[in-house]
Design a protein around this ligand. Structure first.
Ligand code: UDP
Ligand code: MG
Length: 330
């Protein structure tokens, strides 16, 4: 798909801005979204293309988007062949984007379109990557906030890569960062980490994140967990080191305990009646052992996914890419 979009692209002049919006069952939000996005485009100081990436929606999102794309020259649509997940959907959108600056934002209006103007202003100050930082989050349960903050603290301690706290995928990236991103073919995609990894001049724009007013979250707890695990696995080797250290510590303990048992036996201190301690120690060790194997398994699984070299996503249909931009109204 990369080639085909790129081929089309050489014929059409590139816009200044590309907006990338991942969509997964968002039919309740779309008309409101299109309104707000259109208002935003009118305020941006250059031609803007809007790339909707349908991530295998099962509701009426696709038919609505197709109609929108047919009517509005600056809209484009990538339909993925199934649900590949948020991180892959934004990857597909960014790979197809041809703007000088590319902005990724959620479709549910929790990333307010107006904030894009602030991102753009910072970009013009010379920052290659401008991320939007949540200073307040409305309508989120304490559980979500608590687990999120725990996760970011943990990740911060575990990885040498600078991954800013309270930052999702709402960000603007310039051409250089985008080209770098395209050269990162990894399957375990934790996009916010990937942008942290690449360096460049980065800046934050604070914003208050409103609650989702239309539709409901497409990130149930298990998806969140998976994202968190992918984030840790692809940006930290600390779990492997911890497995090694724990193994070492337990071995040292076992050695000392064995020594003690032998000495006690030689001195005939009558220590045989130890069924409880045996059971406790054996089950504890088996538990730790399995856990460590699981940690290693996660990494092996990640290597396995990488080695297969499957494409990251499959495009079922593209629309709107093969036409010139509308002439800017200003
Ligand atoms: N999304 C997606 N694929 C998925 C899940 C979500 O493309 O498998 C999109 C979704 O439509 C939305 C964005 O990713 O535009 C963020 O999802 P959501 O708002 O549900 O996440 P939350 O804000 O609750 O973390
Ligand atoms: Mg949301």
């Amino acid at each position: 798909m990369q080639e085909s979009v790129q081929r089309i692209r050489t014929r059409a002049p590139s816009p200044r801005y590309s907006l990338v919006l991942p969509i997964y069952n968002e039919e309740e939000v779309l008309s409101r979204l299109v309104e707000r996005i259109s208002a935003l485009i009118a305020k941006l100081d250059g031609e803007t293309e809007v790339i909707f990436v349908d991530d295998g929606s099962r509701d009426r999102s696709v038919s609505y988007l197709r109609r929108m794309v047919a009517a509005e020259p600056s809209f484009r649509l990538i339909e993925l062949s199934r649900n590949f997940g948020h991180q892959i959907a934004i990857t597909a959108g960014m790979e197809a984007a041809s703007g000088e600056a590319v902005i990724v934002m959620d479709a549910d209006l929790q990333d307010p379109p107006e904030v894009v103007l602030d991102l753009v202003a910072k970009w013009k100050d010379g920052f290659e990557i401008v991320y939007a930082k949540r200073v307040r989050r409305e309508g989120e349960t304490w559980f979500k906030r608590f687990t999120a903050s725990l996760f970011y603290r943990l990740l911060e301690r575990m990885t040498p890569v600078d991954i800013p706290r309270d930052v999702g995928d709402f960000r603007l990236v310039g051409r250089k960062a985008l080209d770098t991103f395209r050269r990162m073919p990894e399957h375990d995609r934790f996009v916010r980490g990937m942008f942290g990894w690449m360096g460049f001049r980065q800046a934050a724009v604070p914003f208050e994140r409103p609650a989702r007013t239309l539709g409901e979250t497409k990130y149930p707890f298990w998806k969140m967990m998976r994202l968190a695990i992918h984030g840790i696995i692809s940006f930290s080797e600390r779990p492997l080191q911890l497995a090694l250290l724990t193994g070492l510590a337990i071995s040292a303990f076992a050695l000392a305990f064995g020594g003690y048992a032998i000495v006690a036996w030689i001195l005939d201190a009558g220590v045989i009646a130890g069924w409880t301690s045996t059971v406790v120690i054996v089950s504890l060790l088996i538990g730790i052992n399995l856990f460590m194997t699981g940690v290693i398994g996660l990494y092996v699984g990640s290597i396995h996914a990488e080695v297969k070299r499957r494409p990251l996503y499959v495009v079922e249909r593209l629309s709107g890419f093969d036409r010139p931009m509308r002439v800017a109204s200003r």
